[in-house]
Design a protein around this ligand. Structure first.
Ligand SMILES: Cc1cc2nc3c(=O)[nH]c(=O)nc-3n(C[C@H](O)[C@H](O)[C@H](O)COP(=O)(O)OP(=O)(O)OC[C@H]3O[C@@H](n4cnc5c(N)ncnc54)[C@H](O)[C@@H]3O)c2cc1C
Length: 431
């Protein structure tokens, strides 16, 4: 019997990982990508966590991997600087995004996947609630499974029938808006840590970073609300004042983008369809692990498809992919989302208060929870926050949600049963 026909919509990282692993097993895989091959990938480097790539069996070649540096964190008033020494030089690396996507597409081609570059996917092709293929600007294609790797604004997910039970649009408040560019480094010393992360830089809700590298400077602006050119100019001016570099010396990047805020969408499979990567919001923006989570998810999806054998890829059979994802990464993704959502509600003065009173300290930034606090510290935090009841309630509310994250992740239903899923969804919606 011929192996199943798999369509990958968009050459997102998780989709490519699944494409490689399935093509190696003899599946008939076609990837539809709206851009030319040479245009793929972002114009900068990002960090990757090697064990996540090893999990998928797709570690990029050593020559592509560069060291990644730890960060210091600065409050809006720039009165407190905390240093995070958690970076593991063995496990965390920086990789050029264009090289990474070229490596993955090459591996997919070597495994036998077919690529249709410059072919934009317009929508899913549905038969009732089942996804039976895709519609592109050049025609219609049938498949046993559509892997939706077209990023956070995927037109495939947006066109699914309501009965599939999948969110068609990511919630508007589930987005971090970014600007990223490299500038020439004409002599700023590379002291450790080379990365400085600014909380609510220039009082704008969000987080920016400034990384000093050999020959260039990497600037990222991350905003909880859409960024304007005025925001970029203001931030660059402030960086110029702190580091004396020239904002006119841009050498790479310079684009506005968006990243999902985290917390994967609650249901990302239906009959004949599985969303992966940003399309399913599989990101943890605080740890920058969009790429790694995509790769692990790609391996989980490929294993699920292979385990279904010759049977139809129904919601029930694809459920294992969802379960594996939520049980492995649900806790960390829900925690990131909770912290980001709390930050979004605060003001620059509140962040200053957290830093200056030691409520936000090195161990909290490293572990993303307050577990490292001694009883005495908790009492002190309580006393400090008694004078700021709105912060106390924000923190208590976030703490309550954080205490639920593990339970919610691990209680993801073993099998797809609508009533059990509905029950789980109620708790999921609370965090
Ligand atoms: C500024 C910035 C910094 C980041 N930093 C990090 C970091 O340090 N570490 C990290 O892990 N992650 C980081 N991320 C997040 C990371 O980029 C994503 O999580 C990651 O790329 C996974 O997304 P994806 O592969 O699912 O989708 P994408 O990378 O968005 O890929 C989607 C693909 O689908 C194609 N496509 C879209 N629509 C269509 C269509 N209609 N038809 C055909 N093709 C289509 C696109 O052209 C693209 O090739 C960052 C993101 C940004 C913007």
């Amino acid at each position: 019997m011929p192996r199943k026909k798999i369509i990958v919509a968009g050459s997102g990282h998780g989709g490519l990982c699944a494409a490689i692993l399935l093509a190696r097993e003899g599946y008939n895989v076609t990837v539809f990508e709206e851009r030319e091959k040479s245009e793929l990938g972002y114009d900068w480097e990002d960090c990757i966590y090697l064990p996540e790539f090893d999990f998928a069996g797709l570690r990029p070649p050593e020559k592509m991997l560069k060291p990644f540096f730890n960060s210091s964190y600065l409050n809006p008033a720039k009165t407190v600087k905390l240093t995070d020494d958690a970076v593991s030089p063995v496990r965390l690396r920086s990789v050029d995004r264009k090289d990474l996507i070229a490596f993955l597409t090459d591996e997919a081609e070597k495994a036998g996947a077919e690529f249709r570059f410059s072919e934009k996917v317009l929508s899913a092709k549905c038969s009732g609630n089942k996804v039976a293929g895709i519609v592109t600007e050049k025609g219609e294609y049938e498949s046993d499974l559509v892997i939706d790797a077209a990023g956070m604004f995927s037109p495939v997910r947006a066109s699914l029938p309501a009965g599939a039970g999948i969110l068609r649009d990511l919630p508007e408040n589930n987005v971090i808006y970014t600007y990223r560019a490299y500038y020439r480094n004409t002599g700023i010393l590379m002291n450790s840590p080379r990365q400085t992360t600014y909380f609510f830089h220039c009082k704008r809700p969000g987080m920016d970073w400034f990384i000093t590298l050999d020959g260039y400077i990497d600037i990222l602006l991350g905003g909880f609300y859409p960024l304007t050119q005025g925001d970029v100019d203001e931030a660059l001016q402030d960086f110029e004042n702190d580091f004396s570099f020239s904002k006119n010396d841009r050498i790479r990047g310079g684009s506005f983008n968006a990243i999902p805020l985290g917390k994967a969408i609650p249901k990302f499979v239906c009959d004949g369809y599985a969303a992966i990567g940003d399309s399913a919001s599989m990101v943890e923006p605080m740890s920058g692990s969009g790429l790694g989570k995509c790769m692990c998810a790609g391996k989980m999806l490929a294993d699920t498809v292979i385990s279904a054998g010759d049977y139809e890829l129904t919601t029930e059979r694809l459920w294992r992919f969802e379960k594996d994802y939520f049980r492995s990464f649900g806790r960390s993704s829900f925690s990131d989302y909770t912290i980001m959502s709390m930050l979004k509600e605060l003001k620059a003065e509140d962040i200053d208060y957290f830093f200056e009173k030691g409520i936000l300290n090195q161990s909290v930034l490293k572990s993303k929870n307050f577990k490292g606090f001694s009883a005495w510290q908790i009492i002190n935090v309580g006393i400090s926050l008694a004078k700021k009841p709105h912060l106390l309630s924000a923190l208590a509310f976030a703490g309550l949600k954080l205490s639920l994250t593990e339970k919610v992740a691990l209680s993801f239903p073993e099998r797809y049963k609508e009533d059990e899923f509905e029950k789980w969804l109620k708790i999921y919606n609370r965090i």
